[in-house]
Ligand binder design. Structure first.
Ligand SMILES: [Zn+2]
Length: 456
């Protein structure tokens, strides 16, 4: 049994859905489901309830599954057990946002013509609802496919409970493939289907050299300065100009990229100047496109996110601080193993600054999937049908911890079909989404579900 996508009918459905899409998106964005901040626990629960009720109201099954951390909302548009099944993954938790920095309030969604402003509009509440309303269309028009939903509420903190959730609910999520809508296009004209993600290993490095801050006139020159020592340690870890990591063994397991893959990145339309302006950066570490793309997609990093300690108020207070802390993380690529990186880093710190203490924070493994095969091909075709654009197969610089867990537990192909654009401002102030990407996304997923229904 196959179905045809009737373009007029689909267009009329999408137009008719706009109002409800916008009001449901506003309902979700207006709840600050910030997973990083324990004070927002009630908002996490409220979001799970809203998501559950929304699935029910559309005729899907729905369940809020408790975990040790935040719950996961699952549900299904079930057609028949003889039909193929797909699991759609999205997340409904968001990054924090400081209202004083935003043009409009991050947790009161503002509709400005075609634009939706607010925290979570593009990451990932807007895409979640675009896929949902596409799935509703497929269900109502009797596409021979079962569409399962898996909406996480801990993605922004590295999915600490997700692996265990998958192990306990493997049967409920039995599927032929997974599709994830939580990634960013190369540009508005270049849709992207990523097949690789970087991993992450975070650290805190703490150094204490005394019991209290002391006077730099009385003690300076003799007292050790923990901020200076951490700065020196960092300078031994990385070349600040080139970004090259100097910890011995760090690059040993980095998978070589072949020339064809690098050429593909250039053809994808990855453009340094566009990248620079989209991220509001003053300058970049390279002027070479191929080098630029591989710096964010195929090579590991070492970043210092902050150094704390000493005096940070206005003016200069002449103290020698007694403690300092560096917040560090490294993005990892296939086939680097986070545990090996932890050992290398600890050993290096011990050698260079023996009384510094390394605390290991979040870990995410890197991921690489297929660029070819029936599922990537269906994705490419669906993008073409919906947006009349050729999708580029690229890698992503970011990390989605849930992906590695899904690959390990569900053992099926995983496809990334994101709807966000670089200018939407993932994790940034004034995050936004737009009706063009939402409506195009509904079309895209209707075609994708149709194509999946034919893969037996
Ligand atoms: Zn996201």
């Amino acid at each position: 049994m196959t179905v045809e996508v009737q373009v007029d009918r689909l267009t009329a459905y999408i137009d008719a859905t706009r109002h409800v899409y916008e009001s449901k998106l506003k309902e979700l964005v207006d709840v600050p489901s910030v997973s990083m901040d324990p004070a927002h626990k009630p908002d996490i629960q409220k979001t799970a309830d809203l998501a559950h009720d929304l699935l029910k109201s559309l005729g899907a099954t729905a369940e809020i599954v408790k975990t040790k951390g935040n719950p996961v909302v699952i549900g299904e548009f079930h057609s028949d057990k003889s039909h193929p099944t797909v699991v759609v993954y999205n997340h409904l938790d968001v990054q924090p946002a400081d209202p004083s920095e935003w043009k409009s309030h991050p947790f009161i969604m503002k509709i400005d013509g075609e634009k939706y402003l607010g925290r979570g509009t593009t990451d990932d509440k807007g895409p979640t609802l675009a896929v949902l309303y596409a799935a509703k269309y497929a269900f109502e028009n009797k596409f021979p496919i079962n569409i399962k939903f898996c909406w996480e509420l801990e993605e922004e903190i590295g999915s600490p409970s997700f692996l265990e959730f998958l192990k306990n609910n493997k049967d409920k999520l039995a599927t032929k493939s997974v599709v994830i809508s939580d990634t960013i296009w190369v540009s508005k004209d270049k849709p992207a289907i990523p097949y690789g993600l970087r991993g992450l290993q975070a650290f805190l490095v703490k150094l204490k050299t005394g019991a209290k801050d002391v006077h730099s006139g009385e003690t300076g020159g003799l007292a050790r300065n923990p901020i200076t020592e951490l700065a020196a340690l960092i300078a031994e870890c990385i070349d600040a100009k080139t970004g090259e990591v100097k910890i011995p063994g760090f690059y040993d397991d980095v998978r070589k990229t072949d020339e064809a893959e690098l050429e593909g990145f250039v053809k994808s339309g990855f453009d340094l100047e566009h990248f620079r302006t989209a991220h509001e950066l003053h300058s970049l570490r390279t002027k070479d496109t191929k080098d630029g793309a591989s710096r964010v997609w195929t090579r590991p990093t070492f970043e210092v996110h902050g150094i704390t300690g000493g005096y940070a108020g206005p003016g200069v207070k002449t103290i020698v601080p007694h403690q300092a802390e560096a917040k560090i993380s490294t993005r990892l690529v296939p086939d680097q193993d986070p545990h090996k990186i932890i050992e290398l880093f600890k050993k290096f710190v011990k050698e260079k600054c023996p009384d510094a203490v390394v605390e290991v924070e979040g870990t995410l493994k890197p991921y690489i999937g297929e660029r070819e095969g029936v599922f990537p091909n269906a994705a490419k075709q669906a993008v073409k049908l919906a947006f009349d654009k050729e999708a580029a197969f690229i890698r992503e610089g970011g990390s989605i911890g849930a992906v590695v867990s899904m690959k390990e537990i569900l053992s099926v192909p995983i496809v990334f079909l994101g709807l966000s654009l670089p200018e939407h401002g993932y994790h940034a102030i004034n995050e936004n989404f737009d009706w063009g990407q939402a409506s195009g996304g509904m079309k895209l997923f209707v075609h994708y579900f149709k194509l999946l229904s034919e893969i037996r």
